[in-house]
Design a protein around this ligand. Sequence first.
Ligand code: XUL
Length: 526
Amino acid sequence: MALYVGLDCSTQSLASIVIRVDGARREVVFAYALTFDEAFPEYGTHHGVLPSVDPRVQASSPRMWLEALERMMAAIARSGIELSDVVAISGSAQQHGSVYLTARGVARCSGFDASRSLAEQLEDAFARPLAPIWMDTSTREECAEISAALGGAGRVAARTGSRVFERFTGPQIRRFFKRDPAGYETTARIHLVSSFLASILAGADAPLDPGDASGMNLMDLARADWWPEALDATAPRLADRLPVIRPSATVIGTLAPYWRKRYGWPAAAVVAWSGDNPCSLIGTGLVEEGRLAVSLGTSDTVFGLMREPRVDTGGTGHVFGAPTGEFMGLTCFRNGSLARERVRDAYGYDWARFSEALRSTPPGNQGRLMTPWFEPEITPDVSTPIVRRLDLDPADGPANVRAIVEAQMMAMANHSRWMGVDVQVIHATGGASTNRDVLQVMADVFGADVYQFSVENAACLGAALRAWHAHEAACGRPRPWTDIVRGLAEPVTESRVSPDTAAMRVYAELRTRYADFARPSGAPGN
Ligand code: XUL
């Protein structure tokens, strides 16, 4: 009997899932989440993001993540699970966000004192106290500079899997270097959220995996290693400041003595962390080509496994590394759950009433349309928030509820065409995937069967499964991914939501109209 732990440091919370593997039997034995706003009110975050005078700047606190990690590791240790059975631990983290450590900070990570908290010991470890996160849109100028230096959007996308995006780590690093050269000079290591937290667990400088490193505009996708030209175009002597890139299935060490002495953890293997989307690929069981997953979280994402990278020439999608050693196509939408909540709250609804609104309005909403851009949007590229309505009365709650969900689903269907998947089946995950009325719209818009999962947090489950997979391989017992995802990361057969033929016909036409309506004015960035 063996236990595997998955952690997930997302925008709004730190979650954990512990799975028990006993022969063919796999089950979740513990799951817990700490929501940053509630658990750490002293940081003043709103949905996990720090307040900012400039709305384009979106950052979080690495110190808060440390405190959350410490509290979570203590909670799991006290949960009643057989801690000594924990064999391996890995994690998932929001992508693109970066953490800047001084040389002292890097050194501290390898010698924590078990009598003091992590936050206390790392108080002066940061060359940049805040971590820019994936919602940041402040780097338009740096994107243009990097893109121009590298020969344009097409060349960058062909090499790194994505054109230069504002939230990607390369442009964020360049902005820091330009605005605070002294801070950049004292930076010894720039981690992503994933490799930062992995370093804290292992008490050693952790590598990045290709899944998360491909969200930086700095990695050569084909070689899964840094692209020197991109590093030069971003900031001086950047190579010295970046972690190494290692395969996703790398065991990077064991839990540091800190965790063993302070909370009684065993010397479990620490497996490299990855980004939340690569982890969700595993957590939704997408280890073969031909299906898509839709994650309805703070960001909405649509993604699927790719054996060979097929880069989006339209400039909206990304190709990332996949934990299987292959690739994944992904399109990301910033106006996800927070936009749904904005509409829900505008009419004073709860989720039950939100669902009722969907049921009481017809598919296609009688041609009424809305753009869901309450905040700047990533796909398509919209820098100034604007909620446009077509024939839609802002006072009509039910019609506005349908309009936002339809807009989100049509945008996802339209902007995932580049992946070249004939979508017959969708694996749905994320908080809103529990809402079957939302999933009905998804099924009708995509014209595909939609399935739910027994475990809602696919990223966290994916991290636990990655821990198991990597540990087995390290012990000379490699298991195929199809076996790893069997059971827990399989769609629940009875959960199927099938498309309605008449509704599918309505959306086939409406999707084209929506594409015209939602065409942002101006060119798509760089
Ligand atoms: C993906 C992206 C988001 C974050 C959210 O490119 O920006 O999905 O990973 O956690």
